[in-house]
Design a protein around this ligand. Structure first.
Ligand SMILES: CC(C)(COP(=O)(O)OP(=O)(O)OC[C@H]1O[C@@H](n2cnc3c(N)ncnc32)[C@H](O)[C@@H]1OP(=O)(O)O)[C@@H](O)C(=O)NCCC(=O)NCCS
Length: 146
């Protein structure tokens, strides 16, 4: 992969971001309106995005997605590590996220990044393939410091 650049998510990114969020079935950012939104770019081609909400000294991961053909190459890890530096500079100390119980790849990724499971929300999500069914959310958290 060519060199990876991580930069703020812009309003001009909204088209590819909407499509990527749609095919990945995850939260679609408003591009430029989140507390922290980042895009990963390589050779002028977008690879993925990550977005956060910040409340005082806590940040919640609103969404992260990487194009299928670029997955398992370290893009989410790079965006996450860059986010941590940005969040630390805004005095954030604790990170939270929710992930579908069935999304074992994302959970592995978060474990890899140092998150621990701290709880669950029963029937939190609408099931992906059956709108009449629900799916639990796993809640994960991680402390960060300089
Ligand atoms: C979850 C997602 C963002 C991970 O992005 P990624 O760029 O592929 O992740 P990375 O390459 O940084 O992988 C980090 C770790 O996650 C795990 N991982 C990633 N892809 C994996 C796969 N296909 N199989 C098993 N483990 C995997 C590995 O532990 C990996 O570390 P390693 O490379 O040392 O083995 C990506 O799969 C994605 O966009 N999925 C669809 C959207 C989604 O589920 N978002 C999360 C919603 S909570």
């Amino acid at each position: 992969m060519a060199e990876l650049d991580i930069r703020p998510l812009l309003f001009a990114d909204r088209q590819w971001v909407m499509k990527l969020a749609d095919v990945s079935q995850v939260y679609c950012p408003r591009c430029g309106e989140e507390d922290l939104g980042l895009a990963a770019i390589s050779a002028e081609t977008p690879l993925g995005y990550i977005v956060w909400q910040i409340v005082v000294d806590e940040a919640t991961l609103l969404g992260v997605a990487v194009y299928k053909r670029q997955r398992h190459c370290g893009v989410a890890t790079a965006m996450h590590k860059y986010s941590e530096q940005q969040l630390l500079s805004q005095r954030v100390k604790k990170l939270f996220l929710e992930v579908r119980r069935s999304n074992t790849i994302a959970q592995t990724c978060y474990h890899h990044l140092g998150y621990k499971i701290i709880g669950e929300r029963k029937n939190y999500y609408r099931a992906l393939n059956n709108i009449r069914q629900r799916e639990d959310a796993i809640i994960m958290s991680k402390s960060i410091s300089i």
